[in-house]
Design a protein around this ligand. Structure first.
Ligand SMILES: Cc1cc2nc3c(=O)[nH]c(=O)nc-3n(C[C@H](O)[C@H](O)[C@H](O)COP(=O)(O)OP(=O)(O)OC[C@H]3O[C@@H](n4cnc5c(N)ncnc54)[C@H](O)[C@@H]3O)c2cc1C
Ligand code: SF4
Length: 470
């Protein structure tokens, strides 16, 4: 351990946000970085605990060697620290931007946990800036061919590892850009797309082949020795009301995709919030991304409806450390709405009761209703609590119910009751040469979990390809 008293001498400081007034004018990175001295000082706060909960199942799903690289960083050995990080973390530049940092909440310093996410981002960006990151090619090829279907974080992590193991990997992606939700989902200000593109280019130099604008069809995959399905859990949950097919009602990911395409390609998005009263249904992270995007597009107002009550401000006894704290968080989009509108955009225990449409078939407003919990734990509408809201754009960010039907039908697969391709034995092996990973296998989750699952699947595929059949 570098500094026995680091956590006593240095207070936790995170990479700061740019001010709301400035960042609302563009779709550029929300954060600015801190310099070398600040990062080394932050790393000195890691106490190298005898039982590092940050690395446990409560903490980092990749089981990153956090105390080891924090110690090396504190000592100014950035290159060695980066090498240690890369032992387990395939793409620290992604997690360094978007990971909720389960490790930091599981840290023994609890609310003042070490800033591992910012530290890992600093290490990988220092690596790129100093030319320490080179294409890593396998010494020899095995002659085995693997098709990875889907280029989200699980597909990329699996492709990366399988390629390093010497297999020839082709990533098949139906979108026009690689990255899955890293590209079309998570907005540019949270994860700048140049960072995703940089990694894809590096993987291409390492020998991974990307085929974009191509939907996977089993008959066209005969030449592959194994097929790993990483198609995500992209079927959105809809609202239980009429007129959800009205013009001006959209699923969140479709809206966010159009917004990012416009940022990357230039021009206006196919659907914009500009000048509109926007209602977002869903108080989670996806809803927050819609709030931040609508504000940047110049909406007239934005409101976020959430069915559940507001979470507590502090941990309850039923949610002790080192569990992830289920407490009230105010994310960047909500902070921006407070700045622009003077109030938190979230309205709790409220849902949409009906959607009104005009003669031209466009959304003309909606009626909301308050909800309350019954003693049996069910949710019921409160009679007389209905309200009319102006709404010209309704964004449904109510979660996801599993993988898309088309892929299931094409591959003659059946999802489980939760819409997942999760083999009963908990493995990644579906049948024959077919495997699954990421959200498609686990249900909608997190980037870091998709990365870990992609790597675990790659190891199973490798065993399938290389171990003799008993
Ligand atoms: C708006 C939004 C914001 C989020 N923000 C965060 C965040 O800040 N931090 C975080 O940790 N997590 C976040 N998540 C969750 C995270 O993005 C996902 O858990 C993660 O991307 C899942 O990775 P995946 O590889 O399993 O699937 P995906 O990223 O969904 O990728 C699947 C890919 O497969 C492709 N595909 C599907 N079927 C086929 C087919 N038949 N043929 C070819 N291609 C196909 C799709 O086009 C897609 O590109 C967010 C999710 C959303 C929706
Ligand atoms: S990937 Fe996430 S959980 Fe793991 S060390 Fe980085 S910030 Fe922590």
């Amino acid at each position: 351990m570098g500094s026995a008293t680091g956590f006593l001498e240095t207070i936790r400081t995170e990479n700061p946000y740019r001010s709301e007034a400035v960042r609302l004018c563009d779709f550029e990175d929300l954060h600015t970085g801190q310099g070398e001295d600040a990062r080394r000082a932050q790393a000195s706060r890691c106490m190298n605990c005898g039982v590092p909960f940050c690395q446990s199942d409560f903490g980092c799903p990749l089981h990153n060697l956090i105390p080891e690289w924090n110690d090396l960083l504190y000592r100014g050995l950035e290159r060695e620290a980066l090498n240690r990080l890369l032992q387990t973390a395939p793409f620290p530049e992604f997690t360094g931007h978007v990971c909720p940092a389960l490790c930091e909440k599981a840290c023994n310093l609890e609310n003042d946990g070490v800033t591992n996410r910012d530290n890992e981002l600093y290490l990988i960006e220092t690596g790129f800036a100093n030319g320490w990151i080179h294409p890593r090619l396998p010494l020899e090829r095995t002659g085995k061919r693997v098709a990875v279907i889907g280029s989200g974080p699980s597909g990329l992590a699996a492709a990366d590892l399988l390629n390093r193991m010497g297999h020839s990997v082709t990533v098949i992606e139906k979108a026009d850009r690689a990255g899955g939700l890293l590209t079309y989902g998570i907005p540019n200000m949270k994860l700048p797309k140049r960072i995703v593109e940089r990694r894809i280019r590096l993987m291409e130099e390492e020998g991974v082949r990307f085929e974009l604008n191509r939907e996977a069809i089993p008959e066209e995959l005969q030449g592959f020795d194994a097929i790993l399905l990483c198609g995500g859990a992209r079927k959105p949950r809809t609202l239980n009301v009429e007129h959800t097919d009205t013009q001006g009602v959209m699923f969140a990911v479709d809206y966010l995709t159009a917004a990012t395409k416009a940022v990357l390609d230039g021009g206006s998005p196919s659907c914009t919030a500009e000048g509109k009263h926007v209602i977002v249904v869903g108080g989670g992270d996806t809803g927050n991304d819609c709030v931040g995007t609508a504000l940047r597009q110049g909406c007239a107002s934005v409101t976020q409806l959430e069915m559940m009550p507001a979470p507590p401000e502090e941990r309850t006894q039923a949610n002790p450390w080192p569990e992830w704290p289920r407490v009230l968080r105010t994310d960047y989009g909500q902070l921006e709405a407070i700045f622009r509108q003077g109030a938190d955009p979230r309205v709790y225990e409220t849902t949409v009761k009906s959607i009104r449409k005009d003669e031209a078939g466009r959304i003309a407003g909606l009626e909301t209703v308050q909800l309350r919990r019954t003693p049996e734990g069910k949710s019921e509408q409160v009679a007389g609590s209905e309200k009319e809201l102006e709404c010209e754009l309704l964004l449904i960010a109510a979660g996801f119910v599993g993988c898309e039907n088309k892929t299931l039908e094409r591959f003659a697969l059946q999802a489980d009751g939760r819409g997942r391709l999760m083999p009963e034995d908990g493995s990644h092996h579906l049948s024959g040469r077919l495997f699954s990973a990421g959200d498609m296998r686990t249900g909608q989750s997190l980037v870091v979990r998709a990365l870990a699952d992609g790597r675990a699947a790659a190891k199973e595929v490798d065993r399938f390809l290389t171990e003799p059949i008993p």
